[in-house]
Design a protein around this ligand. Sequence first.
Ligand SMILES: CC(C)(COP(=O)(O)OP(=O)(O)OC[C@H]1O[C@@H](n2cnc3c(N)ncnc32)[C@H](O)[C@@H]1OP(=O)(O)O)[C@@H](O)C(=O)NCCC(=O)NCCS
Length: 228
Amino acid sequence: MRIDAPQSPGQPDGPQRHRTIQDALHRYGFIGLLREALTRIRRKLFDQRSVILFHATPSGVQGRSLPPDFTIRTLPRAEVAGMKNTPFLGILYSALQDGPSTQELHAAIHEGQVVAWGISFVGARDWPIPEVAAKLSLDPEDAVLTSFFTLPEFRGRRLYQGLMVTMAKHVASKGACSIQIWCDEKNLASRSAIERVGFRPIATLRCMVILGRCIRLATRVLTNASTT
Ligand SMILES: CC(C)(COP(=O)(O)OP(=O)(O)OC[C@H]1O[C@@H](n2cnc3c(N)ncnc32)[C@H](O)[C@@H]1OP(=O)(O)O)[C@@H](O)C(=O)NCCC(=O)NCCS
């Protein structure tokens, strides 16, 4: 796996950029939505972003299994398309639309409802990290886990951790020897869950956004992936 040069400026905000107004209203209310919109505009113009990249081998990803009334399964695209107008699940649909067709969507299900999800991908291709205008050059045996989300009322029940553990086994069954995952440096819930299941930080990728132009700062390599 290699971390490559920046992409062209004006990168989109990632898979969640198509979040519907309905999802946002549900999540923030009107005033919250206005505040969120102003924050997003400011962040598009001026921002400092920092993403931590983590690595693990599939067998190194371990943790507790899900609570008994939750299951994890891989959802076919057609099933996700049927959910695209449900609050929050529009995010899931967009995430799947944005990536390559071979990526797979894994969902935690509770009482027949999708309550948390993440995407896995195994294969040799460039994988963008648009938040910091970077891209990973992956080998055929590299996997990425991305686009995780837990519905707010189900957070803190280790669904994210359960998903990562199940997905690590899944990508191993598809031939992956190495797994990459990343999160915003300030996303403490995500970071703590990623480290708890066994991933180790290998690099910090940073960029400055000035008047909407993303300027990539030097990558800080923390550990060599082969030694983690
Ligand atoms: C990040 C997210 C996926 C976590 O989902 P989740 O199902 O609640 O996660 P889990 O319960 O498996 O693990 C969360 C861990 O973070 C901890 N945590 C929660 N809030 C925290 C905070 N503010 N600071 C530090 N740790 C925190 C929890 O205690 C838990 O750790 P523990 O097992 O040691 O107790 C969820 O908050 C989310 O959907 N956020 C919005 C989208 C997002 O940020 N996605 C991740 C992109 S990488």
